[in-house]
Write a protein that binds this ligand. Structure first.
Ligand code: SF4
Ligand code: SF4
Length: 136
């Protein structure tokens, strides 16, 4: 048995689905919910400890991904939504650790390295397109 801390991010259309129920019943997982939030836009976040065999956790996460739910193992409360990001670059000078950065000057596309993020939340107030959000 192992325990993993995971963040699940799910869109409005999936917030009504009994995801935790299925993880417990169908995949034999023990779930400890740390935080749960539905934003004003009605996107949902769940931060969980998931305990089970490696195989059951892997199968359970495959199941939630089929529901259009994103699984994040970074344990961070900040989320960067690549699909919403316009690569405007406004956040770059506000990110103190270069967690948000431009890896390739040729494309000028933004990338996010969750290992570098210190959860200062600066990018949230400095992103005009609301590509950065917090679960807290
Ligand atoms: S929360 Fe702070 S450190 Fe993390 S990506 Fe945003 S600006 Fe950078
Ligand atoms: S400010 Fe927002 S939209 Fe602009 S590059 Fe940063 S995350 Fe993307």
């Amino acid at each position: 048995m192992i325990t993993k801390k995971l963040m699940l991010y799910f869109p409005k259309s999936e917030t009504e689905k009994p995801i935790v129920y299925h993880l417990v019943k169908d995949y034999n997982l023990v779930i400890n919910i740390f935080r749960a939030k539905v934003t004003p836009e009605e996107y949902g976040y769940l931060v969980l400890d998931v305990t089970g065999t490696d195989e059951d956790i892997r199968r359970g996460m495959e199941f939630v991904k089929t529901l259009n739910v994103q699984v994040d193992e970074s344990h961070k409360g900040v989320r960067w939504d690549e699909a919403t990001c316009t690569d405007c670059g406004n956040c770059i000078s506000h990110c103190p650790t270069a967690a948000l950065h431009i890896p390739d000057r040729a494309t000028m596309k933004i990338a996010y390295d969750s290992d570098l993020c210190v959860e200062c939340l600066s990018c949230i107030s400095n992103c005009p397109f609301r590509a950065c959000s917090s679960i807290f």
